[in-house]
Design a protein around this ligand. Structure first.
Ligand SMILES: [Zn+2]
Length: 98
């Protein structure tokens, strides 16, 4: 990570996520939108990989969600079904075309 600003922001956001005052999905949205706007981050070819590592760190249960689907059928009220904050922005790829 070459951008000091992003490094500082990620640290700050991660603190909020640990304190559960910010959703991990929201944090990753902020990271994505900073990278889109920031010339330093856009030039950093290793950054996408680091962002993936951050994403896996703050959202560790994302991958195991599929295997939990069967359990959810039996306990639908315990786990919230919809978490829109966890969806990556769909228009990210389209923006690069223009
Ligand atoms: Zn940056």
């Amino acid at each position: 990570m070459q951008c000091k600003q992003l490094f500082r922001l990620v640290k700050e956001w991660h603190t909020h996520v640990k304190q559960e005052t910010m959703a991990p999905g929201r944090m990753m949205q902020f990271v994505d939108s900073h990278v889109k706007e920031c010339p330093v981050c856009r030039e950093d070819s290793l950054l996408p990989r680091e962002i993936e590592q951050i994403r896996e760190h703050v959202m560790p249960d994302l991958k195991s969600k599929g295997s939990r689907a069967n359990e959810d059928l039996f306990t639908p009220d315990i786990f919230p079904a919809d978490e829109p904050d966890n969806d990556p922005p769909e228009d990210a790829a389209a923006d690069g075309l223009f």
